[in-house]
Ligand binder design. Structure first.
Ligand code: ADP
Ligand code: MG
Length: 332
């Protein structure tokens, strides 16, 4: 295209408040080779080239979030930038991996500078916190959604799979499950509602905690669909079951104040979007876990015990505990 035509096109875009693809990528997603010396070639070529340090295994995860499915219309773009990376870092955390690099496939109905600045601001703030470099991606026009792939590393074989739980192991969860879903569902701008909404919009991936659990946890996953459903998955993968006590659920004060204890329990069990770690620990290692977890910035709660009999059963003290299943399923 001639320089004049290009100028005309840019002027037209400026009037419409949109910008071209190359300029968009350069402005909002390219950061001077960033943080990491192991990125040999980052954004700008056909593919990125990175170098995995000797003596490590590569761990890879992909998660996509779409408007209307994973987040409601009107979610602040800064939260979306944070969230699309956070849910992926949470998957790496659940393996015990250290995150290194990320790619981003972004689908947008329109390229609006204010939106993009906020979105990339949220993304890079989180990336910097965990030393992750954005090394590539794709940008297309379409419904609002993002798919991120993250790459991380572990020492050879030193990851935590879902399959290692055995009868007698304790089952634990980090943080306060239920807050996020309440934050998504509860309207209003009261202080409690806003605090919970932040928990939905800005999930905190438990990266350091996940890495610390390598060699300690026998099985691990992150809670994204809902605590009960995910506990079932963890136990199924391990070929076991679990007996858990709903009185032990670490309900946050904000959640109980807003929803009442009964609904709070249902949110915690079936809400989803928590991005906490769910893991099992053999009895011999539980004292070490307690010492370690005392120094973490998040709650760590023992919910009960792994048993040989399949299925996950909840009690409320001595009584069996029944609850309404609000778990969201993409394909019921
Ligand atoms: P191609 O035509 O080869 O797909 P693109 O124009 O889509 O190239 O991308 C150019 C460069 O920008 C590539 O290095 C690609 O990885 C990167 N890229 C594109 N979109 C994004 C994005 N949203 N975030 C980060 N990098 C991106
Ligand atoms: Mg492309």
């Amino acid at each position: 295209m001639s320089a004049r035509a290009a100028r005309r096109r840019r002027a037209g875009r400026a009037r419409r408040g949109s910008l071209g693809e190359d300029e968009l990528i350069r402005r909002y997603f390219t950061r001077a080779a960033g943080s990491r010396g192991d990125v040999l070639l980052g954004i700008g070529d056909d593919a990125a080239v990175t170098r995995l340090a000797r003596g490590y295994d590569l761990v890879i995860a992909t998660d996509a979030i779409f408007e209307g499915v994973h987040f409601p219309a009107g979610t602040p773009p800064r939260a979306l930038g944070h969230r699309c990376l956070a849910v992926n870092l949470s998957d790496l955390a659940a393996m015990g991996a250290k995150p290194l690099w990320a790619t981003l496939a972004l689908s947008l109905p329109a390229a609006r500078p204010e939106w993009l600045a906020e979105f990339s601001g949220g993304l890079f703030a989180l990336a910097r916190r965990f030393g992750v470099a954005l090394i590539g991606g794709d940008t297309v026009r379409g419904p609002l959604g993002m798919s991120v792939t993250v790459h991380g590393r572990v020492r050879p074989g030193r990851y935590v799979a879902r399959s290692g739980a055995q009868p007698g192991h304790g089952l634990y969860v980090t943080g306060h499950p239920g807050d996020a879903v309440a934050g998504r569902l509860v309207p209003g701008t009261a202080r409690g509602a806003l605090a919970l909404r932040r928990r939905f919009q800005y999930p905190q991936p438990r990266v350091a905690e996940g890495a610390a659990l390598v060699g300690l946890a026998s099985a691990m996953m992150d809670v994204s669909d809902g605590l009960h459903d995910d506990a079932c998955k963890l136990m199924r993968a391990s070929g076991c079951g679990a007996e858990l006590d709903a009185r032990q659920l670490p309900l946050s004060r904000a959640l109980v104040a807003l929803a009442g204890t009964e609904a709070a329990r249902e949110f915690a069990l079936t809400g989803g979007d928590d991005y906490e770690l769910l893991f099992t620990v053999p009895p011999g290692r539980e004292p070490r876990l307690r010492r370690l977890a005392g120094r973490w910035g998040c709650a760590v709660t023992r919910l009960g015990t792994v048993v040989a009999r399949r299925g996950v059963r909840w009690r409320l003290g001595a009584e069996p505990f029944e609850f309404r299943d609000r778990t969201y399923r993409h394909f019921a």
